[in-house]
Design a protein around this ligand. Structure first.
Ligand code: NAD
Ligand code: IPM
Ligand code: MN
Length: 354
């Protein structure tokens, strides 16, 4: 297994080190894992003047899978757009054609009390958010800044989806639902946006290929509300790039912390990039307090989706569960009576239980 490891910025290097501890355990057992490190985001800009250096691009293309920490930092926020860390992330997703982003919001029973919602609202929560990742207003052209006729500056972006882009994510969504509770909710804003009218039409047409899946549609504003009102009504949610970005951060809090949510970004062959859904958390970087579990759980997703190794994926998830069961908690999920630990200690706890 050739894995490109791109720690990135902020807490990226700290949390990725913990995921590497987990892979080291697997290596010592005889699994053939080869790690190659590269720079991305602000780290790429510092090393090579580019948030997605050519050498990193080569590394990512040659690897079987990519493990990424996070990108971004205050220092880079005033750079011209193409040099900003976030562009590195968008470019690697686009270049590798990683259109299907799986963001599972699953509550570990031990964390029911860490959620900002009452335990009975979230206990048993298990939602798969499928976010389209290479289209929408993120990539639609034209976009830019211009002066209008009054000489005033205006900014503009283009929300855009082609039928084929919608169809391919819809197929992944229906197939995902088939492996779960067979309920799919497609989230859009078809009451206002033409992009969403097309989205809804294409998803509805594809539903005929999957008669066993119960398809529903929901407007995004309602979906945001339903996620905190009664989140357990959802099984699989499929939505566009921007709505998925927002709803997945919202859903993460149901599970106790944004530091708990892993993700897999896959191409049509299942090859992909694995990263926590959160950012570089510059406010807590370098303090050994970030929760590394989302990154560790991203390795489990890598084993499952790229290497087709369900047993190892489950072993990693079980090790996380054990560490939580035994009371290990980083500050973001800490509650009275539990063992408050740092990033490194949490990594050690999971590795030991693996
Ligand atoms: P963020 O996700 O980095 O942080 C939001 C809040 O959650 C912060 O208070 C942070 O401390 C906390 N948090 C995040 N991850 C945590 C973890 N593992 N453990 C404990 N607490 C955690 O979002 P932001 O502050 O809006 O953005 C910071 C930077 O990250 C920006 O530059 C942004 O563009 C970038 N970003 C990158 C990614 C990515 O690389 N995939 C995702 C989101 C944001
Ligand atoms: C995410 C992040 C990224 C996104 C940013 C950093 C480009 O928020 O992975 O959720 O918006 O996709
Ligand atoms: Mn996001």
């Amino acid at each position: 297994m050739k894995i490109a490891v791109l720690p990135g910025d902020g807490i990226g290097p700290e949390i990725v080190s913990q995921a590497v501890k987990v892979m080291d355990v697997l290596s010592r057992e005889g699994m053939k894992i080869e790690l190659e490190y590269g720079d991305i985001g602000g780290a790429g800009y510092d090393a090579a003047g580019d948030p997605y250096p050519a050498i990193t691009s080569r590394l990512a293309k040659e690897a079987d899978a990519v493990l990424l920490g996070a990108v971004g930092g205050y220092r880079y926020d005033s750079l011209p757009r193409p040099m900003r860390p976030e562009q590195g992330l968008l470019r690697i997703r686009k270049e590798l054609n990683l259109f299907a982003n799986l963001r599972p919001a699953m509550l570990y029973p031990e964390l029911a009390g860490s959620s900002s919602l009452r335990p009975e609202v979230v206990s048993g929560l298990d939602i798969m958010i499928l976010r389209e990742l290479t289209g929408d207003i993120y990539f639609g052209q034209p976009k830019g800044l211009r002066k209008n006729d009054d000489g005033e500056r205006e900014g503009y972006d283009t929300m855009l989806y082609s039928e084929s882009e919608i169809a391919r994510i819809a197929h992944v969504a229906f197939k995902t639902a088939m492996k779960r509770k067979k309920r799919l909710c497609s989230v859009d804003k078809a009451n206002v946006l033409e992009t969403s009218v097309l989205w809804r039409e294409v998803v509805t047409a594809i539903a005929r290929d999957y008669p066993e899946v119960e398809l529903s549609h929901m407007y995004v504003d309602n979906a945001a509300m339903q996620l905190v009102r009664n989140p357990k009504q959802f099984d699989v949610i499929v939505t566009g790039n921007m709505f998925g970005d927002i709803l997945s951060d919202e859903a993460s809090m149901l599970t106790g912390s944004i530091g708990m949510l892993p993700s897999a970004s896959l191409d049509s062959q299942g090859k992909g990039l694995f990263e926590p859904i959160h950012g570089s958390a510059p406010d807590i970087a370098g303090q050994n307090v970030a929760n590394p579990l989302a990154t560790i759980l991203s390795v489990a997703m890598m084993m499952r989706h790229t290497f087709d190794d369900e047993a190892t994926a489950q072993r990693i998830e079980d090790a996380v569960r054990k560490a939580l069961f035994e009371g290990f908690r980083t500050p973001d999920i800490h509650q009275e009576g539990m063992k408050r630990v740092g990033t490194k200690e949490m990594g050690d706890a999971v590795a030991a239980r693996l």
